[in-house]
Design a protein around this ligand. Structure first.
Ligand code: NAD
Length: 709
């Protein structure tokens, strides 16, 4: 079956791409071959004066190259051939000799945008589904079908680097403002406008491109300006990547080279870099993460035949505080449900509503929603101190204080107000769900939905199930979390769930090291060098020292000495020293900005005057405390698979993505080597480093968490 259909009207060919058997359009080998044939026909058919390229898929234009073909690449040569073929096709579009108009509705990203950039004119719909960008960097590669060449030529180097180096996907309005698309229209008139443009272009019309980022283009014109752009970009990207990710540097170099030596030289460099990066370990790990996240989007969250998730149209949120208001805002904005808050007093309700509106306003400002949509969403949020609206709720999420008794009272009261088939979820970060559910009549309807803060930014949701949670309840919570735009992992109701379980020993170890005289800066640097976005001490300040203290108490009670926090760490919360939120933690904060380390913390911690711990051991103790716990928790069945564990760690605490997650990293190290290192650490520093049984048996049998790729 063909992916393309051609219909000619008044000399204008309507070329529709609708890849059979797929929900999205991508540039597969077959698509490439067929498009070549179509272009041949357009070139030779004198009856055709111009072409309009449209998508037959409801909400995507073209999402890029074919990831499966990309994953199958084994050698540099194969990668090189593949990219050269892609470049040839895009060049062909550019040199057709007849105008081609790209009529874009839905995602035009990666190779999809690169193809559109070679067209004569681009029209996009002003619709939330329309996204335009070059996300290749996130897969550890660079845009190599001319994206590093045509985008800077179109919108200026600075503006293009901003997109390429961060792998951005812009909403249609921003793409229009940047000058990537020439016109923005309502979806209903997309094709009509595209045909009119094609007609004009065929008649010799030369569209005047408004140079939208004038500053960016002006900088390109003078050599000094250009140099400033490149050196600033390089500095910024090294700060961000810590030198761990080769692709952004390669992209920068390619843009620079192409702008200096011409399009062809730029394309040559694109191909050379692409071939190298495509088979690089970093790209392999990033692609695995992408594939795992994609798989998770389809995973119902239970094994075997899954029941249908029940739809949620009305959401109740108890506790309109920091988390509750965030959950409410994201639920209306992403999942389009009505949200009713309940809190103890009207002032708290008002504060929660204001906070939620603030989050919606942020979306409006970033052009993710229109003013009209904002007004609609704003009205979908309401709140009070009573139970109005809860009788209609399909799901209630509680986000009240982290206190078992308070949560139990709340859950019990909720149960008295809602329908029998309403799902009740707790956003607790530490309290076992089964303990909360003990007070309910219907524990099968209760589970945990652990969002991370801030809710509107953090992509992960842990759905926590007890032995009694019904399968339909699990799949419904998973589906709703996904509708909220989250990547969802289902975890067992064990202390700390997954994320806090593996984070606990790592942060506790950081506390021990502090006590042994290692400085705050040394600890933080060791882990940012490893690839974490922030070090453990900064992370403690961000989480809040009171919150961390509560979590570590839970873990200590559950797992004993292995997770015993140092006294000093516990003492830190005296005098309202709570971390960033109180302006004072391990660091000082001023006007929301982190300042220097507060030297008085060493006294509170009872730190030794100087450290005798070798630098390598600092690194190993931190990393291996997390790795060992991850293996142990997986063995206990806390997460359903290594995949879920890795994605959970990356999307919550920023475990370095290029390492693929803690379990994949263990696979890379090899169980035998990991056991050896842990045994050395145990000998030197104590039993808490004793390798967990799973790792030992894996070492003995040379087994991996993942099958070999
Ligand atoms: P918060 O103090 O900002 O909000 C709690 C809200 O609950 C307040 O508005 C309070 O008035 C309200 N409340 C208290 N008792 C109530 C009751 N009986 N009925 C109705 N409302 C009541 O706290 P938060 O940071 O939003 O945390 C809420 C929950 O989310 C906690 O369980 C916490 O562990 C969890 N959590 C927090 C974070 C975080 O980073 N803050 C992250 C994940 C999970």
């Amino acid at each position: 079956m063909s992916a393309f259909t051609i219909a000619v009207r008044n000399g204008i060919a309507r070329l529709e791409l609708d890849l059979p058997g797929e929900s999205v359009n991508k540039i597969t080998r077959d698509v490439r071959d067929e498009l070549e044939e179509c272009l041949d026909q357009f070139a030779t058919d004198n009856g055709i004066r111009a072409v309009v390229l449209v998508s037959g898929k409801p909400d995507t234009f073209i999402v890029g190259a074919d990831i499966e073909a990309f994953v199958a690449l084994q050698t540099r040569e194969e990668a090189y051939d593949l990219v050269r073929q892609g470049q040839a096709l895009v060049n062909r579009i550019e040199r057709l000799g007849k105008p081609i108009v790209a009529a874009i509705h839905g995602a035009a990203v990666g190779g999809g945008l690169e193809a559109a950039l070679a067209c004569s004119y681009r029209i996009a719909t002003n619709h939330p589904k329309t996204r335009i960008g070059l996300p290749e960097i996130h897969l550890g590669i660079i845009p190599a079908m001319g994206g590093c060449q045509r985008l800077p030529r179109l919108i200026g180097v600075r503006a293009a680097l901003d997109i390429i180096l961060a792998g951005k996907q812009l909403p249609a309005m921003r793409a229009y403002r940047a000058g990537i698309v020439d016109e923005l229209v309502h979806p209903a008139i997309l094709e009509r406008v595209a045909f009119e443009a094609a007609e004009r272009l065929a008649g010799g019309w030369k569209p005047k491109r408004r140079k939208r980022d004038a500053a960016s283009l002006a900088l390109d014109k003078n050599p000094l300006g250009r140099r400033v752009v490149y050196t600033t970009a390089k500095k910024q990207l090294l700060k961000k990547t810590g030198g761990h990710y080769p692709a952004p540097e390669a992209a920068l170099q390619t843009v620079q080279h192409g702008m200096r030596h011409g399009l062809q030289a730029g394309l040559d460099m694109e191909a050379a870099f692409f071939a190298e990066l495509a088979i690089h370990e970093v790209s392999r790990n990033l692609v695995q993460i992408f594939l795992a996240t994609t798989e998770l989007k389809k995973d119902p969250g239970v094994e075997g035949a899954a029941p249908e998730p029940r739809p949620v149209a009305n959401l109740g949120v108890i506790g309109a505080g920091f988390m509750g208001s965030g959950i409410g805002a994201v639920a209306v904005a992403q999942a389009g449900v009505d949200v009713r808050f309940r809190d103890t007093d009207l002032a708290s309700v008002g504060k929660g509503l204001k906070n939620a509106w603030g989050i919606l306003k942020g979306r409006l400002k970033r052009h993710r929603i229109t003013r009209h949509e904002y007004r609609k969403l704003e009205r979908m949020l309401s709140g009070g101190t009573d139970w109005a609206g809860f009788g209609r709720a399909d799901l209630v999420i509680e986000a009240v204080f982290e206190d078992l008794d308070v949560k139990r009272q709340v859950i019990e009261a909720v149960e008295g107000q809602v329908r029998d088939d309403c799902v009740i979820a707790s956003n607790t970060s530490t309290i076992p769900i089964a303990r909360i559910a003990e007070v309910t009549q219907r524990p099968d309807r209760v589970l945990g939905m652990h969002f991370f803060s801030p809710v509107e930014k953090m992509p992960l949701l842990e759905v926590i199930v007890t032995d009694r949670t019904a399968a339909w309840v699990t799949v419904s919570a998973v589906a709703f979390g996904r509708a909220m735009g989250k990547t969802v992992i289902v975890v067992q109701d064990r202390p700390g769930f997954w994320v806090n379980r593996i984070l606990g020993p790592y942060l506790i170890e950081a506390g021990r090291l502090l006590q042994e005289g290692v400085t705050v800066e040394t600890l933080d640097k060791a882990m940012t060098k490893f690839g974490f976005p922030v070090g453990p001490i900064t992370l403690l300040d961000e989480i809040g020292l009171d919150v961390a203290r509560k979590a570590s108490t839970v873990l200590h009670q559950a797992f004993g000495d292995r997770m015993k926090p140092t006294e000093g760490l516990v003492d830190m919360t005296r005098d309202r020293r709570l971390g960033r939120k109180s302006g004072r933690g391990f660091y000082r904060y001023e006007g929301g900005k982190r300042r220097e380390v507060d030297e008085t913390v060493y006294e509170i911690i009872g730190a030794e005057a100087s450290s005798r711990v070798p630098r390598d051991d600092v690194h190993q103790r931190l990393v291996y405390s997390m790795l060992n716990e991850a293996a142990r928790a997986l063995d206990e069945g806390v997460v359903r698979s290594a995949r879920d564990g890795d994605i959970g760690a990356i999307l919550s605490i920023g475990f370095p993505p290029f390492r693929g997650g803690p379990l994949r990293y263990l696979d890379d190290i090899g169980a035998e080597k990991a056991v050896e290192t842990l045994e050395e650490l145990a000998e030197k520093y104590g039993d808490r480093f004793t390798p967990c049984p799973r790792l030992k048996s894996m070492a003995a049998g040379n087994v991996h968490f993942y099958p070999p790729t």
